[in-house]
Design a protein around this ligand. Structure first.
Ligand SMILES: *[C@@H]1O[C@H](CO)[C@@H](O)[C@H](O)[C@H]1NC(C)=O
Ligand SMILES: *[C@@H]1O[C@H](CO)[C@@H](O)[C@H](O)[C@H]1NC(C)=O
Ligand SMILES: *[C@@H]1O[C@H](CO)[C@@H](O)[C@H](O)[C@H]1NC(C)=O
Ligand SMILES: *[C@@H]1O[C@H](CO)[C@@H](O)[C@H](O)[C@H]1NC(C)=O
Length: 246
């Protein structure tokens, strides 16, 4: 396993300089039309890359056309498979309600360490407008949040924080995840926050929290080599440290 990490790390370093240049976004509209704002992410490296965009609030397009190509082979276009708002797909399980109103499209079979250009075109009766975005999958990795965060007292001085990896991250043996914990509490009207990690395990013991105080715990997940971004924070788990010793 480790043998394959080494070349990946090396390549990532070599490509770092180029990666800086990758997030350029080009917007083209032949008319005064609303241009879709497209956001792409990979929820299970290297396979589950999706892009999403909202409908215009003003004029509804008749349809969207979404295609992608390698930056160095722009003549070869492939369809990005469109998933309309509200339509469930095995690729978009557990989307938050806010995301259920978005259009999505799925980019199958992306190559590693390759620049891609995605073209999402909104077609209107009187014209069209395209949004072009450029990315490399490694830069847009973003797992779904960890699940089932739970905190339990172990003894008078120690808590155990546990969670499950996001079920959508499919290749845990080849691309493990690491995690960060954030806990927050309110004191005299202001919020304090502590971040811990990264951890490779899915549970950690924690000491030194104040009795009688309520803490809110959340966890985020990131690809272990640091590809892309940490997930959104998990749903919070609140725990009040008991004053009485068990
Ligand atoms: C196309 O129609 C929309 C309304 O349906 C209008 O807002 C827009 O200005 C029109 N564009 C052009 C170039 O005529
Ligand atoms: C990616 O998905 C394809 C089919 O969708 C599958 O054949 C392949 O094994 C997957 N790759 C990984 C690394 O999971
Ligand atoms: C984007 O896609 C639209 C619709 O297929 C096409 O008309 C347009 O030329 C494309 N733009 C680029 C820059 O490839
Ligand atoms: C958890 O605690 C935070 C403040 O510490 C509070 O805003 C939030 O509503 C609580 N959540 C639940 C589910 O009790």
């Amino acid at each position: 396993m480790m043998a394959m990490f080494v070349p990946v790390v090396f390549l990532l370093c070599v490509l770092q300089a180029q990666a800086m240049d990758l997030h350029r976004v080009m917007v083209m509209s032949k008319t005064a039309h609303f241009v879709p704002k497209v956001h792409c992410w990979c929820a299970s490296y290297p396979n589950r890359t999706l892009c999403s965009w909202p409908d215009s609030l003003h004029a509804l397009p008749t349809h969207y056309i979404a295609t992608y190509s390698e930056r160095l082979r722009q003549s070869v276009n492939k369809p990005c498979h469109i998933i309309p708002p509200g339509q469930s797909s095995e690729l978009t399980p557990g989307l938050p309600p806010s995301a259920q109103q978005l259009w999505h499209c799925h980019l199958p079979d992306l190559k590693l360490l390759t620049d891609y250009i995605l073209n999402v075109t909104a077609v209107y009766p009187n014209g069209s407008s395209s949004h072009l975005s450029s990315f490399m999958v490694e830069d847009i990795v973003k797992p779904d949040p960890p699940m089932h965060v739970r905190v339990s007292p172990q003894n008078a001085k120690m808590l155990l924080v546990e969670w499950d990896p996001p079920s959508t991250w499919e290749n845990m043996d080849i691309f493990p995840l690491k995690y960060q914990i954030q806990y927050q509490w309110w004191i005299k009207g202001s919020m304090k926050s502590v971040n811990l990690g990264p951890f490779e395990s899915t549970k950690i013991p924690l000491k030194g929290l104040a009795s009688g105080r309520t803490y809110q715990f959340q966890v985020c997940a990131k690809e272990i080599l640091g590809l892309g971004h940490c997930s959104d924070w998990s749903s919070p788990f609140n725990v009040t440290i008991s004053r009485t010793r068990p």
